[in-house]
Design a binder for this molecule. Structure first.
Ligand SMILES: O=C([O-])CC(=O)C(=O)O
Ligand SMILES: [Mg+2]
Length: 564
């Protein structure tokens, strides 16, 4: 009977019993005689680096994670800057686009619109119900900047959860990647014979909302300790479902709140430097958002709340922000506007539409230019030079993902501002030699925020995720730079320190949850900050240092068992 090799997730048919296992001991003869763990780690890295294509590296690491997750996470933590561009942005984008072609095994839960009315039984199929703590849920409708990928969005949930494990020490078995299948409007996938999802156009919002109500309720019943992260829903639904469920369940939206928090954090550090150079106060910054989707407006809201913390009234804070969408400057007199853009629409401009970015820059004179448009190259040489002419240290954040959709490259931003730019992008760029020194790009990606925010919310067993908790995560990140990192001109800490940063963020988040009294694990209230930090660190899962022998021997047993 093939026991060990049966996927631990079974297609809703039969739930596997997870009996407690004695620690596996290598059986003599089932592993090679000199399988040394350290050497095996080096072997894995060599195998990874021997692949030419990033997607091959992704597939290799995906298999390694399944075969030996201790080794996978151990190497991931040791080589964070090498691993994240593969298991996460940008390669995860390609992994999504090619998911139906590269699919090998189930790694998450698929719930489709056809399951409406019986979602409970689908969720019950998950083999580790009691362990569940965090789920990343996408409907594949707006994956990164790549559009509607339907069920091919599953790898984004998988990738985010790998970072929860690596970055915040959530136990691997506590994570549930979920892809909801409402159909897809992308004809290419509907025509693809290998496409894994429902072959139908997306259902209407009313039907989707009925489904979502049932789904969220059943999730809270099946997994009472679960936090839900909404990921890469199209803008309208992202706002709709965040507002609908945020006071009822522990849920947050990574693209609105996670991105908002991470960009605010980088903005705070950049604005401090830029204000020091210009002599103008932090509250005088003028921020232009190029792109007014869920991420753009999410970031704008986060920045606005920062301005109010700095002492501005709500109206004054709102007036620090300008939005540009595909029609140009967003202003009330322009005509009918999508709901989520109305709040920031300018009321102080009533002239003809200003469509060209250069004209908008001349009109607004921003100190900071944020790109969330998924329009590759939108920040042209002229636009970057205009920012440099307007500001001694211009803040330019091309935040669109993946890297091919970035509004400009790091090299262009440095070159066209004569090295003065304060830069962060959504996807990774390499450091750049510049006039005898090295310039480091910031990566303003929500991967700095969601692991720590999620960890804090889980440990405090929060009933909901409040704005103050999100804000705390942002300030926690901004203040986590070491003096060496400040010296290097970094806006974000080095990603290798992610565990340390996540622990600090988690503490800040737990404190904010306590203040709002949404924490259900109230024992933590009595702890000092030091005790709380020790508690958070103590809860983190660590890959075991000597796993390879036992895991491989276990698998060897499984192979034999399945063969006979
Ligand atoms: O996944 C990422 O790299 C950041 C993100 O949430 C997005 O772009 O939607
Ligand atoms: Mg996202």
């Amino acid at each position: 009977m093939p026991i060990v090799l049966t996927p631990y997730w079974s297609n809703g048919v039969q739930k596997l019993k997870m009996a407690p296992m004695p620690p596996p001991r290598p059986k003599h003869g089932l592993t090679p005689p000199t399988l040394d763990d350290e050497v095996h780690a080096a072997r894995c890295m060599q195998q990874l680096r021997s692949k030419d294509k990033d997607i091959e590296k992704y597939i290799y690491l995906s298999m390694l994670k399944e075969q030996d997750h201790h080794m996978f996470y151990r190497l991931c933590l040791q080589h964070m800057s090498e691993f994240t561009p593969i298991i996460y942005t940008p390669t995860v984008g390609q992994a999504c686009q090619e998911y139906s072609h590269n699919y090998r095994r189930p790694e998450g839960l698929f719930v489709s619109i056809k399951d409406k009315g019986k979602i409970k039984s689908v969720l019950r199929a998950w083999p580790k119900i009691d362990e569940a703590r965090i789920s990343v849920v996408t409907d594949g409708s707006r994956i990164l900047g790549l559009g509607d990928l339907g069920i091919n969005g599953m790898p984004i949930s998988i990738g985010k959860l790998s970072l929860y494990v690596a970055g915040a020490g959530i136990r691997p078995e506590s994570t549930i990647p979920i892809c909801l299948d409402f159909g897809t409007n992308t004809q290419k996938y509907l025509d693809d014979p290998l496409y894994l999802g429902l072959r139908k156009k997306r259902v209407a919002t009313t039907e989707m909302t009925e489904f979502m109500d049932e789904f969220m309720l059943e999730m809270s019943v099946a997994f009472p300790k679960l936090l839900v992260q909404f990921e890469d829903f199209s803008t309208d639904h992202a706002f709709l479902y965040l507002e609908r469920y945020r006071n009822q369940y522990p849920v947050f939206n990574d693209d609105i709140q996670g991105t908002g928090a991470v960009v605010l954090s980088g903005f705070i550090n950049a604005a401090r430097l830029s204000s020091a150079a210009s002599g103008r106060p932090l509250t005088s910054h003028r921020v232009l958002f190029f792109g007014a989707g869920s991420a753009g407006v999410g970031v704008a809201m986060q920045l606005m709340s920062f301005f109010t913390l700095e002492g501005l009234s709500e109206q004054e804070a709102r007036e620090r922000i300008w939005l540009v969408d595909s029609q140009g400057l967003v202003y009330t007199a322009r005509g009918e506007l999508a709901e989520h853009k109305r709040y920031f629409a300018r009321r102080d401009y009533t002239g003809p539409p200003i469509k060209d970015l250069l004209d908008v820059l001349e009109y607004v004179k921003p100190t900071a230019l944020m790109g969330l448009s998924t329009t590759s190259g939108a920040f042209t040489q002229a636009a970057i030079q205009t920012m440099a002419a307007l500001n001694p240290l211009p803040i330019i954040f091309p935040l669109s993902n993946p890297v091919a959709l970035s509004e400009c490259t790091f090299a262009d931003a440095v070159r066209h501002t004569d090295g003065k730019v304060l830069f962060a992008s959504g996807s990774p760029f390499h450091a750049l030699p510049w006039q005898g020194t090295t310039r480091y790009p910031g990566q303003g990606n929500n991967m700095y925020i969601f692991p720590g925010l999620g960890l804090g919310a889980i440990l405090a067993r929060c009933a909901s995720v409040t704005d103050a908790m999100v804000e705390a995560s942002s300030l926690g990140l901004a203040n986590s730079l070491t003096p060496e990192e400040v010296e290097m001109g970094l806006l974000y800490p080095q990603i290798e320190r992610i565990r340390e940063i996540s622990a600090q963020i988690a503490v800040a988040v737990i404190r904010a949850a306590q203040e709002a009294a949404v924490d259900r694990h109230t024992d933590l209230r009595a702890m000092s900050d030091k005790e709380l930090l020790a508690f958070v660190n103590g809860k983190m899962w660590n890959p075991s240092v000597r796993p390879a022998l036992s895991t491989l021997a276990e698998r060897a047993d499984g192979v034999l068992l399945s063969q006979y």
